[in-house]
Every structure is written in structure tokens, then in C-alpha cells.
Design a protein around this ligand. Structure first.
Ligand SMILES: [Zn+2]
Ligand SMILES: [Zn+2]
Length: 449
């Protein structure tokens, strides 16, 4: 048994190292960027909640916001760990495809930005058009609210990036990899601000950039708004390729996905669609359908499966119940505290990538994922969340005692081990208290529809 465990561990670590080693430099830089970006995003999310509350139009539900932020934590952890496989790297393309080398440096940045936005439009459109690719994007649309926190719901299930192929125009003009590396995070972060209901129309800017009004349409499930406005920064791609839709006051946007996810757990949401496709491919009698289901238009299911295994789909967007779970006031306070602790714990990882080292980073990453999983299962009021808490926290306390501290934190701050152990005990006790309060049976069969 021990031997097998060691074998599996060796294979896992080897794959991880293979992917991660050449990215170590980028990981460190990206970790530092996140250390600045994370608190900035958090402050803006909190500001939006306060602003909405003051105006009497609060668009931020606490449970949904915590689910969104914890989804952002899993996404950034995955990015920092470098857990994705690049089929063809951009640097390879620049080396082999450049036909004209643009000299002017500012022009290189402009081309890089436009090329990224063009690629972004098509990747996004593909995610909304093909069954297989939707799995990468469903988490971004899974919230039934629309606010800044929703922007942070980003995928952890993108393992194969086809993005590089779409950057061929930049490669042809010789845009170096380093320029793409600088522009890409800026291009990504610039998509944050327009996830809000507090900004209405923006005059002439509506013709050039993606505004909150355009993106509200994109997140809406009203039949008139579905599959429109894929643009990331510039809206002219949509106008050019026929996917543009203006927001209309006569059609108030309803947000979410047509097959509601009915869970706060971002890790489950990330694999929900893939799981449904796998089940459908398994269940269908038709061999043709088993193969073609993956590349069929989004939402397509084999005819025999639709009949035998129906899934719930919202037909009337104006009459459906938003997902919610019972959360007493004390529990809400506990969730806020947990959110801040999670952000502190993940910040320590992002700030100490070099000293923590690759192998330990993998364990740290596993811990973050387990932490988010247990927390959001607790928010779903799943009684099993208590078991997850107990197992996770016992391993953590055991690890602190065995290694004499938390990933080197004891070297900066002597009392940290005691504080963390107290934190793990207190978390377990709180979850135990609320789990014992669960009086009414919760319908968990609804969570996978
Ligand atoms: Zn989308
Ligand atoms: Zn969005």
C-alpha cells in the first residue's frame, strides 16, 4: 500500500515538475502581481456592495459574493501553480512564422493588445458555441447575480490552451513573447470593471469598447440576449461578426445559465458540464452520438438521453427561483471571517513562491482547493461538509506539529503555528455547531442538473 502511494506520488510530482519548472520565473512574477491585484479587487467588490446598499440597489448577495471570490482564489492558485499544458507555445510561433518584424515598440504593444482581444473574442465565442468548450467557461456565468465579484469567477478547468493559434496575426508581425506577457495580464484585468449594474450607458464609448451595458447583455439568459456580445475589451468585433446586441430597457436582463448550477461550490461547477457530457456519451445507445456530442452546439444532447435522463432547464426566465441556502446571521459572520482568512493564507503562498518551493507549493495548492471545497459545501448546507472540515483540519494540524510550522511562516512569526492550529480547531467547531442545527432535509439531488 505504502509502495503504491509512493509510486503515485512520484508520477504526480514528476508531471507537476515538468509543467512547472520552466514556468517558475513567470509564477513568481505572477504571484507578485496577484498580491497587488487581489486586495485591489476585494476593495472594489466591497465598495460596490457599500455603494449599492447606500443607493438602495444592492446587487451583491453575500453568499454569492463569497462563492465568486473563492472561485477567483482557486483560479489564481491554479494559474500560479502553472497547471496547464500548452500545445504550441507562442515563442515557437514567433520564431517560425514572423514575416515582417515591426520595429516601433509602442506599435508592438498596440498590435499585441488588438491581437489578444481578437483571439479573446473567438475563444469566448467558441466557449459559448461548442459543448466541449463550455466546460471552461460555465463558472464565469454561473452566478445568478451581476456584480464586480462575478468577474472573478474564472475557470480552473482549462487544461489545453488553443489560444496561441489565434495569436498567429501577432506572430506574423513579430510581436515578441515578452510583450505578450506584459499585455496579457493588463488585458485580463481590464475586463473586471464592466461587471456592474451601477453604470448605465456611456455615450460614444458604447461604439468602441465593451461597456457594462454590453456585458450585462452577455451575462443575461433572456432569449433576446443569449449568445451575444462576446467582445472582451473592444465591442467592434461583435459588430463586425454579427453577434452584437444592444441592451434595451424593455428587456430587463436576467442573469445566470439556463441549466442552473444550484451550488456555491466553484470546483463542482467547473466540472459539471463535462460530467454531464460524459454521462450522456455513456448513456446514449447511438455510437455516432457518443463521438459527436463533444463538438455539437452548446446544449445539444442525444435524443434517447433527453428522454430517459431529462435535466432541468429554465424555460421562463422571468419566473424561476434563484439558488439560495439558509444562512443564519452568525453563519454569515463566520463566512466573512473565513473569506479573509482564505485571502491571507493564499497571499502567503503568492508572496513566497521561491522559498516555499515547487513540491510544497503543490501541497499548498491542494490545501487551498480543499479549503474552498469544504467552505462552499458548508454554504450549500451539505452535512458532509463537516467530514471534509474534520479531515482537512486534522491533516493541517498534524502537518504543523510534524514539520514544526506552516510552510516556513514560523520563521517570520513565531506564534503563527499556534494561531493556525487554533483557527483549524475553531473552524471545525463552528461547522459542527451549524451542521447539528440542520433541521430540515436539504434537497441535494437538485445540485447536478
Ligand atoms: Zn461568456
Ligand atoms: Zn463576464
Amino acid at each position: 500500500m505504502v509502495y503504491r502511494y509512493k509510486q503515485i506520488k512520484f508520477i504526480y510530482l514528476s508531471i507537476f515538475h515538468l509543467i512547472a519548472i520552466y514556468q517558475l520565473f513567470n509564477m513568481e512574477t505572477y504571484g507578485k502581481i496577484l498580491l497587488i491585484a487581489m486586495p485591489a479587487f476585494l476593495l472594489l467588490v466591497l465598495f460596490e456592495k457599500w455603494y449599492g446598499w447606500r443607493k438602495g440597489f444592492d446587487t451583491v448577495r453575500t453568499m454569492d459574493m463569497i462563492a465568486s471570490l473563492s472561485s477567483g482564489v482557486t483560479n489564481s492558485t491554479k494559474d500560479v501553480l502553472g497547471l496547464s499544458i500548452v500545445i504550441v507555445s507562442y515563442s515557437w510561433m514567433v520564431e517560425h512564422l514572423t514575416i515582417y518584424q515591426v520595429k516601433s515598440s509602442w506599435l508592438l504593444y498596440v498590435i499585441a493588445f488588438l491581437a489578444l482581444d481578437f483571439a479573446g473574442y473567438w475563444v469566448h465565442r467558441l466557449a459559448h458555441s461548442v459543448n466541449f468548450f463550455w466546460n471552461n467557461h460555465i463558472v464565469h456565468h454561473s452566478s445568478e447575480e451581476f456584480n464586480l465579484a462575478c468577474a472573478l469567477r474564472q475557470s480552473i478547468s482549462v487544461y489545453f490552451r488553443i489560444y496561441a493559434f489565434l495569436l498567429i496575426p501577432a506572430a506574423l508581425l513579430g510581436v515578441p513573447q515578452q510583450v505578450i506577457a506584459v499585455v496579457a495580464p493588463l488585458h485580463l484585468f481590464a475586463q473586471f470593471w464592466y461587471h456592474t449594474q451601477h453604470i448605465h450607458k456611456m455615450g460614444w464609448l458604447e461604439y468602441i469598447i465593451v461597456t457594462p451595458a454590453h456585458h450585462r447583455v452577455h451575462h443575461a439568459i433572456n432569449p433576446e440576449y443569449l449568445d451575444k456580445n462576446y467582445g472582451q475589451i473592444f465591442i467592434f468585433w461583435d459588430r463586425m461578426f454579427g453577434t452584437f446586441q444592444e441592451e434595451s430597457p424593455a428587456i430587463p436582463a436576467v442573469y445566470g445559465v439556463t441549466r442552473p448550477v444550484r451550488t456555491w461550490n466553484p470546483i463542482k461547477i467547473n466540472f459539471m458540464h463535462l460530467w454531464l457530457l460524459m454521462q450522456d456519451a455513456w448513456h446514449t445507445q447511438s455510437w455516432k452520438d457518443k463521438f459527436r456530442i463533444w463538438l455539437m452546439p452548446l446544449g445539444w444532447r442525444p435524443a434517447d438521453v433527453v428522454e430517459k435522463y431529462p435535466v432541468y432547464k429554465i424555460e421562463d426566465v422571468y419566473h424561476f427561483e434563484k439558488y439560495d441556502t439558509p444562512a443564519p446571521k452568525g453563519m454569515i459572520i463566520y463566512l466573512w471571517v473565513q473569506l479573509f482568512c482564505l485571502l491571507l493564507i493564499v497571499s502567503y503562498l503568492f508572496g513566497n513562491i521561491a522559498s516555499i518551493g515547487l513540491t510544497n507549493m503543490m501541497y499548498y495548492g491542494l490545501f487551498i482547493f480543499a479549503q474552498v471545497y469544504a467552505l462552499t459545501e458548508f454554504m450549500d448546507r451539505n452535512p458532509r461538509a463537516l467530514i471534509y472540515e474534520i479531515v482537512k483540519n486534522m491533516i493541517c494540524v498534524g502537518g504543523i506539529l510534524y514539520y514544526g510550522g506552516w510552510f516556513g511562516l514560523q520563521n517570520y512569526f513565531g506564534a503563527s503555528s499556534y494561531i493556525l492550529m487554533g483557527y483549524f480547531f475553531a473552524s471545525t467547531a463552528t461547522v459542527a455547531a451549524y451542521t447539528s442545527q440542520l433541521t430540515r432535509p436539504l434537497n441535494h439531488s437538485r445540485t447536478l442538473s
